[in-house]
Design a protein. Sequence first.
Length: 295
Amino acid sequence: MVNRDYLIKAVAQDQQIRLTLSHTTASVQEAHRRHDTSATASAAMGRVLTAAFMMGSDLKGDRDTLTIRVDGGGISGPIGATVDSHGNGRALVSNPQADLPSKSPGKLAVGDLVGRDGFVEVIKDLGLKQPFIGTVPLVSGEIGEDIANYFLISEQIPSLVSLGVLVDTDLSIRSAGGLFVQALPGADDTVLEKLEQQVLEQGPISYLLDKSSSLEDVMKQIMQDIPYKVVGEQLLQFKCNCGHDRLARIMASLSSEELEEIEADVGKLEVCCNFCREVYLFSWAEIEAIQKQKP
């Protein structure tokens, strides 16, 4: 079993084929712990978080972020994940306790939980005046196929996307991760077809990761006799960018009436972060002090 969350990048066929392989078990487990998700909700949220980690690994700027939002109209409600260029990510599912029975042994009903009547949206904030936003219709709600469809329609990159979350009987996350295989202009169709077949022969990516000791070993099993070169690595972790000071400034931007309404509802000035479920408590004196500092 791989013992850390990270991803590796590789190239094949004279850099005409790009591969990204990730292990995200600890991060998905932390998201599950914080949101107390059902088995199927864990799988759906974990797939979205894993995809975000992998897509976010292409970010360059220190403050760049990437967000994936999936809304298929299913009982899970919208699912979102945000990552930065340093491998930090967070995720949420609107209805964490939503669940559905599996249609076949070992396969959670993610597509049914997410729904198919909706969209997947990718938002890249690169520090420009406006973020880049790409939105495409959902194909299946299984997340992997939907991300592949996004790459094809929005970025014109033919891609094979495999995302998996293996949930144990106690609802903990036994294994999670993903694989992107992307064809660039000039890629040999014969090599692509061979590589796709080899990926399919390996079975679900979560099972493959569960049986392997490193991503490098997994890559070898997938590539077999196809030459490739590992060109990059990035550590990954569940980490939210909320914090007491940041949320205090947000609270200070509210009117006295809005603050009084919050206090009346919960009995105190308390805020819970939607992404990580951390609870922050504020005093009126603290909020008033920040408000006085405003120009």
